[in-house]
Design a protein around this ligand. Structure first.
Ligand SMILES: [Zn+2]
Length: 156
């Protein structure tokens, strides 16, 4: 198949691929999983996802990587939907760029455990989002559909 002019241009994907493991290690040390998003053809789109219980601030990680690598921060971080924040870093003389997004630390965590309905005594195992150290209460009962499910200490 004939390549388009765009496809014949040099591509930075090999350089990005070489950089990725070193960056991923720094993100992991700071509590984040680092995912590659996009084709790597033009710029390098990375998404940092809070993974460990404690994560470093995005600005601190950007400082680490701009100190250790020939990367420079361009402009201010840009707020994006869902609390995502995006940093633009340039590599070398600015011929290629790294778009680095951080997803926010969630306020929610998942409860997973035994729940009992106080209306019909149905018991089930529920996985539900909760905030902080709260216990979920008033979960919808799959049997009677009342919002009457509460965690139980029962094991069977
Ligand atoms: Zn019920």
């Amino acid at each position: 198949m004939t390549k388009t002019v765009e496809e014949l241009k040099p591509n930075y994907a090999p350089a990005y691929a070489a950089l990725y493991p070193k960056l991923a290690e720094i993100f992991q040390t700071n509590g984040y999983a680092l995912a590659v998003h996009g084709s790597m053809g033009r710029d390098f789109d990375l998404v940092a996802i809070p993974w460990a219980g404690e994560v470093s601030d995005p600005a601190a990680i950007v400082d680490i990587i701009t100190t250790r690598f020939a990367l420079w921060k361009i402009g201010d971080p840009t707020p994006k939907p869902h609390g995502r924040v995006c940093y633009t870093l340039v590599i070398g003389h600015g011929e290629c760029a790294l778009d680095l997004s951080f997803m926010p630390k969630g306020q929610e965590r998942w409860f997973s455990g035994r729940v009992m309905c106080v209306k019909c005594s149905h018991r089930w195992i529920s996985v539900a989002p909760v905030t902080g150290d709260e216990q979920p209460n008033g979960l919808e009962c799959p049997a009677c559909h009342e919002m009457a499910g509460h965690p139980t200490k029962e094991t069977e």
